[in-house]
Design a binder for this molecule. Structure first.
Ligand SMILES: O=C(O)CC1=CCC(=O)O1
Length: 286
C-alpha cells in the first residue's frame, strides 16, 4: 500500500507541516482526509487503495499530519481544534485548493467542524465518522489519560489505546494492519499528551452544524467504545443537510477497520455532489 508522496507546507506560525498526497488523474474536487488522534495521514491508505480499485481515475487525495502528530512539528501553538483547522486552511492555500470534499475521522471530524465555521466556502461534501458534535461530557477522564501518556509513555498504554480506537471484530482478526498501528502507537512521543488535551477541549458544534448548508454524512460504528452511533446521529440531526449511517462491524476507526463499507457509503454520497466527475464508478468493487 503506497504511503503517497510526503510534501511539506508552513503553518501560519511557521511550524513545519507534512501532508501525504496521492496524486490522481481526475481533475475534479480533491479529497481532504483528516485523521484521528494517535494516527496520522497514513490511516487513509486503505481508503485510497480501494478508490484506486473502484474508479477509472480518482481525484488527488491530501491527508495532512496534524501539528504534533506524524511528521508535523508541534510549533509554538497549542494543538487546539481551531488551530489545526487554520493549519489545514494554510495547506489549502499552499496547494491552491479552492474547494475540497472532506473526510474527518473523530478528531479529524472536529477539525472539519471548525472548518465549517471558518471557511465553509472551501468545503463541498463532508463525511464525519465516530465524532460527537457536543462538548465532551467528561473531559477530566481524558485529561487523566493525557497525564498518563506524558508520565508513563505510550508504550505502557498501547493495548488500552488499541481497545479504545478499534472494535472487537478488527481486534479479533489480528491483522498485519493491527500490528502496524500497535507498533506506531507504542512509539508515540510524550508530546501526544498535549494533543489529547487539545482534542477533548473541543467546543459544542451544534450551532455550527445547523448553520452549515452543505451535505454532511455522519457515520457511527456499531462496535465503537469511545463514541456511540447516537453521537453520530446527533450530528446528522443538527445539520441542516445531514444523513446518518452506521457501520455495524466497526469500532472507532472505520477508515482502517472497515474501509470497504466506509468507501461504499461515502462514494455514492460524494458522487451525487459531482465528485469523480471525469470518472465512472466501477460497478463491482469485489
Ligand atoms: O479518535 C479520536 O480522534 C479522538 C478520540 C479518541 C477517543 C475518543 O473518544 O475520541
Amino acid at each position: 500500500m503506497s504511503t503517497g508522496e510526503v510534501r511539506n507546507f508552513p503553518a501560519p506560525d511557521g511550524a513545519d507541516m507534512a501532508v501525504h498526497v496521492w496524486p490522481g488523474a481526475d481533475s475534479g474536487t480533491p479529497l481532504l482526509c483528516l485523521h484521528s488522534l494517535f494516527f496520522d495521514g497514513r490511516m487513509f491508505q486503505p481508503v485510497v487503495a480501494l478508490l484506486d480499485q473502484m474508479l477509472t481515475a480518482r481525484p488527488t487525495v491530501y491527508a495532512p499530519d496534524f501539528r504534533g502528530q506524524g511528521a508535523s512539528s508541534m510549533g509554538d501553538l497549542r494543538p487546539l481544534m481551531q488551530t489545526l483547522a487554520k493549519d489545514v486552511l494554510a495547506l489549502l492555500d499552499y496547494e491552491n485548493l479552492e474547494q475540497v470534499h472532506v473526510l474527518g475521522s473523530s478528531m479529524g471530524g472536529y477539525v472539519a467542524m471548525e472548518l465549517m465555521r471558518l471557511a465553509p466556502e472551501r468545503m463541498s461534501g463532508v463525511v464525519l465518522s465516530c465524532c460527537t458534535g457536543e462538548a465532551e461530557a467528561d473531559p477530566a477522564r481524558f485529561f487523566q489519560l493525557a497525564d498518563r501518556l506524558q508520565h508513563e509513555g505510550a508504550k505502557a498504554l498501547t493495548e488500552m489505546l488499541l481497545q479504545t480506537m478499534f472494535g472487537d471484530s478488527f481486534l479479533a482478526a489480528n491483522s498485519d494492519l493491527l500490528h502496524l498501528w500497535r507498533k506506531r502507537f507504542s512509539e508515540l512521543p510524550p508530546s501526544i499528551a498535549e494533543v489529547v488535551r487539545g482534542v477533548f477541549e473541543h467546543p459544542d458544534y451544534g450551532g455550527t452544524l445547523s448553520g452549515f448548508t452543505k451535505p454532511i454524512l455522519s457515520i457511527g460504528g456499531g462496535e465503537d467504545r469511545a463514541k456511540s452511533p447516537a453521537n453520530a446521529r446527533w450530528i446528522a440531526d443538527r445539520a441542516s443537510n445531514g444523513t446518518f449511517a452506521v457501520i455495524e462491524k466497526s469500532g472507532h476507526t472505520p477508515p482502517v477497520e472497515a474501509p470497504n463499507v466506509y468507501v461504499d457509503l461515502f462514494t455514492p454520497f460524494l458522487s451525487q455532489l459531482g465528485a469523480w466527475r471525469n470518472t465512472s464508478l466501477a460497478k463491482d468493487m469485489k
